[in-house]
Structure formats: structure tokens, C-alpha cells
Design a protein around this ligand. Sequence first.
Ligand code: KMH
Ligand code: ZN
Length: 297
Amino acid sequence: MGHQIRNLEKVIITCALTGAQQGKEANPNLPTQPEEIIQQAVDAWNAGAAVVHLHARDADDRPTTDLDVFREIFEGIRSRCDVVINLSTGGAVAGLPLEERIRVVPELRPEIASFSVGGGSLLGQYDPDAKRWVRDQFVPLVGSYAEMEQIARVFLENGVKPELEVYSTAFLNNVWTLREIGVLAEPLLVNLVTNIPGECMPWSPKNILYLVESLPPNTEWMVTAIGGKVHFRSAAFCMAMGGHVRVGLEDNVYIAKGVLARSNAELVEKAVRIAREIGREVAMPDEAREMLKLRRL
Ligand code: KMH
Ligand code: ZN
């Protein structure tokens, strides 16, 4: 019997609104202040996103761990729609300390929060013409396995689903071990982050197939494909494979080659069109809650 294309579950679209890296210099439509982020979260939800992933920025648009800013955004979105909110504990790339970044979990108890399950990555790019490194930055993530386990327990105790950020295949060892210890609530939710120049997996169909086949059973997964070249190619490929999708200005500022996106919602609309064209139905927020077994708010 040939491989039956099983009835694929609905696709959860996550919209990554802001990030901790680029700002309005990359795209003036990238939202950085609370009101903008709240509005673009609602617009992304209206466009079909079941989950919005967000970072906070201070009054000067710099990444911040300030809980009051996160709370203003968190409560602003919740007062206007039922989208699932995934608060970032990221921002290591901006030098924000881990103990500050993790506070959103116990303090705000979002349904989901990101959790980078690795020690760190060297991010950088060599310019052969200029004969120099264009970027050369070590990004520390978690300092020890004991700390990684402790963080996982904080998520578990607060009923917050960790979106496990996997930047390299080696991080998958940690996912399996944390699962074995019993500190990750089923189903696991994994975000395979690809295409950041440096020690991060390059995006390719072969790599995605290998990574997905290396995940624990019953893991819900998506791919972050950084940059306009691979962003929607990845979305189409992952949806065809039965995976979920992440799109957003945090990861890609273009709607098409050389054309800046007008908003996060425009990126979500494109992902929804692709989903429908290949026969995947788009999950509503409550369907995503059911699929991911999120705690009842
Ligand atoms: N910035 C993305 C490449 C996080 O926020 O914790 C990965 C990310 C991690 O979104
Ligand atoms: Zn992020």
C-alpha cells in the first residue's frame, strides 16, 4: 500500500510581530510600540493567525524585558480578541539577561512562551569581498542543563506551554532529554529556527525533513524561516508536510522579492492563501488551544 496522505490536521498560523533584532529601519511597518503591536496582533488574528508571538520594545524601540510593557501589550490584545498569545523570553541577541527574560512566564502566565533549549550560538557572516566578518556575535542562551531543567519546571508549574526554540540539530538532544525527565507537557511544541547566518540550520527541504523526522513522536512543529528568500517557500513546504507555519515581520520584512510588507497581517493573508491552495484548513485560536492542549484560561 502506497503512503496514504492522511487527513492532515488544521494548520496553526503563528504571526511573529516584532522580534528583538530589526526595527523600522528594515521596514517602517514593523510594529515596535505597544499600541502598534496590539493593533497588528488584532489585524493578524483577523487575517487568520491563531497565535501571535511578540517581543517588547522600550520608548526608543530597543528590546526590553520590562514587565509593564509586556503587560500593556498582553492585556491590550486580550481585551480585543481571543488570539493565543506567545510571549517571547528571547532577546538574548540584544543582550537581555536570562533571569529577566524568563519573568514573563510566572508573572504574566501567557498560554505560550518561547524557550530556547540550547547553550548558545555564534551568529555571523563573512563578506568575501570586504574580507571581513560582517557580523560576529556570540548569543548566550542557557548556561547549564540544571538551569535548562529549572526553566522547564517554571513553565510546567505555571501551566505555560513552552515553544521550544531549536536553532541547531544539537538542541534536539536537549528536547529529547527534557522530555525524558518529564518536564515538558505533551504535546511538545517545537519551533525549528532556520537561516540565521552563523550557527543556525540553513533552510532546505532536506534539512527540514531530517529535523522533523528527528523530533519526538506527537510533537507539534513549525519552522521559522528567516529572510524573504525562504520565508514563504518554507511555509508552503511545511504546510504540504503537515506542519504548522510561522510568518511575521520579526523573521521577514518582505511580502515579495524587493517589496516591503505593508503589515504583519499581509504576511498572514499570504500564508492563508497558500494553505487554502494546497488544501490545508486554517485553525482558529480555540482549535489551536485544543491541538496544543493549552491550559484553560
Ligand atoms: N527570533 C527568532 C529567530 C524567541 O523570541 O524566543 C526566534 C525567536 C526566539 O522568536
Ligand atoms: Zn521571537
